[in-house]
Design a protein around this ligand. Structure first.
Ligand SMILES: NC(=O)c1ccc[n+]([C@@H]2O[C@H](COP(=O)([O-])OP(=O)(O)OC[C@H]3O[C@@H](n4cnc5c(N)ncnc54)[C@H](OP(=O)(O)O)[C@@H]3O)[C@@H](O)[C@H]2O)c1
Length: 451
């Protein structure tokens, strides 16, 4: 069972079980490794329970049967300070954590999978026509897997790609046309191929980030692909999620977290890898052409409200492909960024001016403007429900302008660039250079141009 449970340790309280969603357990890293039988870490109960709204959100997203124990203040006060294995001191009441995952069972399932070569492994990829999905298909084909790419008859931004174009685009894969929002359609399309599935990779995502669409795709359709995959024999599921779900304020983040939690708690020998990348290049290249044409670099606040370690499509696809084979990536939540240091918008702008040989010129927009627009849209949406999504898009824009795409330290509540792993070789500088020369072809944003 891929689920971490916490038991009251140093207090003389009853021994209630507290299930942790993957997002929470990832914050407790390195103590929370579900493949070890006993965690040696100790956590301050009050911090764990009350630290932030996002943690509470994660608890409430747990599935049926999960319970959250809020330690009574008296018990918290009665708790004795303890020392963690790493030597850090915690005040108040400390808990000892124990994992209940069955190491033997996990390893057996994994060992069985490892015996197969890439050529014998059938991998179903949903969201195969997306910005990342296309690269994952390419990478898996390159590595010699049997790839079954699931697509819609009309795919891509605005549904512009025909079935024929999709088959050409996903060369090397068997393209299977189905509707991921309909589990029966998905099951029968996969079943009609007459091949068992070994691994499912989901790169599905709402193309708009709208409220309903997020739940329909990031939760329901992704869950359908899990069900259809498992029905066809899949025993490993790789999920493309996002690092920003650590602080879930937006609807698509909540939908993703719900699915992450269900995936991690699925059981039945199903293993998983939850990949949470930082920013994609496409989200950062939008100003290259206007700056090249003499425009200012536009940023919010002082340009240092947030930072990210951007990762290219190809590098991320390679990391996702590694999740099919690497034992250290099973049953893990994996935040991942690209190479190099974390960059603020100001630093990205400076890099761009340097490359273009131009004098830096910035336009700093007060973040209050966004708050004002969101406030107006939120108010109007109460009367005109069709404004709900525009209000949500405003919130998405503000989130990306103010929150870093880096690992969030649950103890300090701060983003931590050093704790955000790097992977791959493609740098933002090389990407900017390419966009200067070739433009943003292939880097278009989604249907609402918010991500
Ligand atoms: N942008 C960033 O900086 C960033 C950073 C970290 C993480 N992420 C996350 O990465 C994920 C993937 O992003 P992406 O840019 O690759 O996504 P994308 O280009 O928008 O692709 C989405 C995929 O989902 C499919 N899909 C959407 N709606 C569907 C529907 N109704 N029925 C069937 N399929 C549907 C699309 O199929 P069609 O082609 O048929 O539409 C496409 O294959 C997202 O979850 C995002 O949150 C993004």
């Amino acid at each position: 069972m891929a689920m971490a449970k916490m038991m009251a340790g140093s207090c003389s309280c009853p021994a209630p079980l507290l299930s942790l969603s993957p997002s929470v357990s990832s914050r407790l890293s390195p103590a929370c490794d579900v493949r070890t039988t006993v965690f040696s870490g100790a956590f301050q109960a009050r911090k764990l329970c009350f630290r932030s709204a996002s943690l509470r959100e994660s608890f409430s997203l747990l599935g049926e049967g999960a319970s959250l124990l809020l330690l009574p203040p008296a018990a918290v006060r009665a708790g004795k300070p303890r020392r963690r294995a790493g030597g850090r001191s915690f005040g108040s009441c400390c808990w000892r954590a124990e994992a209940t995952s069955d190491v033997t069972e996990l390893n057996q399932a994994w060992q069985k999978k490892k015996k197969k070569t890439a050529r014998d492994t059938n991998v179903m990829i949903v969201g195969a026509t997306g910005y990342i999905g296309k690269y994952v298909v390419k990478e898996m084909v390159k590595r010699g897997y049997n790839v079954i790419a699931v697509a819609r008859e009309k795919s891509g931004i605005g549904g512009k790609a025909s079935a024929e174009q999709t088959v050409v685009e996903l060369a090397g894969a068997t393209v299977c046309f189905a509707d991921a929002t309909d589990v029966d359609s998905l099951k029968s399309a996969i079943g009609s191929r007459g091949r068992a599935i070994d691994v499912v990779i989901s790169c599905l995502a709402s193309r708009t980030g709208g409220k309903k669409d997020s739940w329909k795709i990031d939760y329901e359709a992704t869950k359908n692909s899990l069900e259809a995959g498992v029905a066809a024999g899949a025993s490993h599921f790789v999920l493309l999620s996002a690092i920003c779900v650590q602080k879930p304020l937006l609807e698509f983040q909540k939908a993703k977290l719900r699915f992450e939690s269900e995936l991690a708690n699925y059981g039945n020998g199903l293993t998983y890898s939850i990949v949470r990348p930082t920013a994609f290049f496409k989200s950062l290249g939008g100003q290259v052409q206007s700056v090249k044409g003499g425009g200012p670099y536009v940023m919010f606040g002082d340009g240092a409200l947030c930072a990210c370690k951007p990762i290219s499509e190809a590098d991320l696809a390679s990391f996702i492909a590694d999740c099919v084979t690497d034992e250290d990536k099973i049953n893990k939540v994996l935040p991942i960024g690209g190479p190099g240091k974390a960059l603020t918008p100001m630093e990205q702008g400076e890099m761009l001016f340097r490359m273009l040989g131009k004098e830096p010129r910035f336009l700093k927009v007060p973040i209050g403007i966004m708050d004002f627009v969101i406030g107006v849209l939120d108010t109007l949406a109460k009367v005109f429900p069709n404004l709900e999504d525009p209000a949500e898009f405003g919130k998405i824009g503000k989130y990306y302008a103010t929150e870093s795409m880096l690992v969030l330290n649950p103890e300090t509540g701060c983003y931590d660039a050093d704790a955000t792993p790097s992977y791959g070789n493609d740098t933002l500088e090389a990407f900017f250079d390419r966009v200067v020369r070739e433009g943003m072809v292939g880097q278009e944003l989604g249907d609402q141009a918010v991500f």
